[in-house]
Design a protein around this ligand. Structure first.
Ligand code: MG
Ligand code: MG
Length: 249
């Protein structure tokens, strides 16, 4: 069931999402060669609790940590650990909180030190895919308009989109209906209405679209070993268009 959020609910979701956006922006400069993903996770959890929120992912279907950290060919759902980031890597930081009963969810992919031109373009295009998808979030459009904008832009650069995972409705639960695919299937999907809140999250692969899950039962990696980038915002549809709740100035 797709739920529309009331004005009051949207206010709480704005607070939850702002916490997510602020903490991600605080983590960004800490991504440097030598830091471990476990240390980033520890800092994220400390900042979450300090703001009176709770980590959304820790304990979700048994996920053990606050952040998902996905390095290079890891697509999403990487588990923070003792591996040190090194110059030239890219790392996806996916993060959510629950605050006053509502969830916020966002992700960024960050360069570690200086990265190659190929990776710079991958990050730029993946983030552009997110914003082009968000631009479609106006009342009267359909869900597939978001998917099409994302797919068209990524494929115009020769990239591919992960099919097995996508965005989602969000609210009192982390994952609500509808699923927001990053590629077009048959049908236009539901009509977009004010009060609908979605987490849009393109996962853009430099190579092929095939992915597999590692034996840790979480980490999703590309089959061809090529890098992947992931960006996500939580966005409310208003009468005037999209309002990005996880974006901080
Ligand atoms: Mg997320
Ligand atoms: Mg999400």
């Amino acid at each position: 069931m797709v739920t529309l959020k009331s004005k009051r609910e949207l206010e709480i979701m704005r607070d939850a999402s702002r916490i997510v956006g602020e903490i991600l922006q605080e983590l960004r400069p800490l991504v440097q060669p030598g830091i471990t993903t476990r240390e980033l996770d520890r800092i994220a959890e400390e900042k979450t609790l300090k703001r009176g929120a709770a980590p959304a992912f820790k304990g979700y279907r048994g996920f053990p940590r606050t952040l998902c950290t996905s390095i290079n060919h890891e697509v999403v759902h990487g588990i923070p650990g003792h591996r040190e980031l090194k110059e030239g890597d890219i790392v996806g930081l996916d993060f959510g909180v629950i605050y006053n009963g509502y969830y916020g969810d966002s992700a960024i992919t960050v360069p570690v030190g200086e990265i190659s031109q190929d990776l710079k373009q991958l990050l730029r295009v993946a983030e552009e895919c997110l914003y082009l998808g968000i631009d479609q979030m106006v009342p009267g459009n359909h869900l597939s308009d978001i998917s099409r904008a994302i797919q068209t832009h990524a494929e115009s650069h020769g990239y591919s989109l992960v099919k097995e995972f996508g965005g989602h409705g969000i609210g009192r639960r982390l994952h609500e209906e509808p699923m927001v695919l990053n590629y077009v299937v048959n049908g236009r999907g539901i009509k977009l209405k004010p009060g609908l809140v979605l987490a849009v999250e393109p996962m853009v692969n430099l190579g092929g679209d095939q992915v597999r899950i590692l034996s840790d039962r979480w980490t999703v990696v590309t089959v061809d070993g090529k890098p992947s980038a992931h960006f996500e915002h939580t966005i409310a549809i208003t009468e005037h268009g999209p309002h990005i709740l996880t974006k901080v100035a």
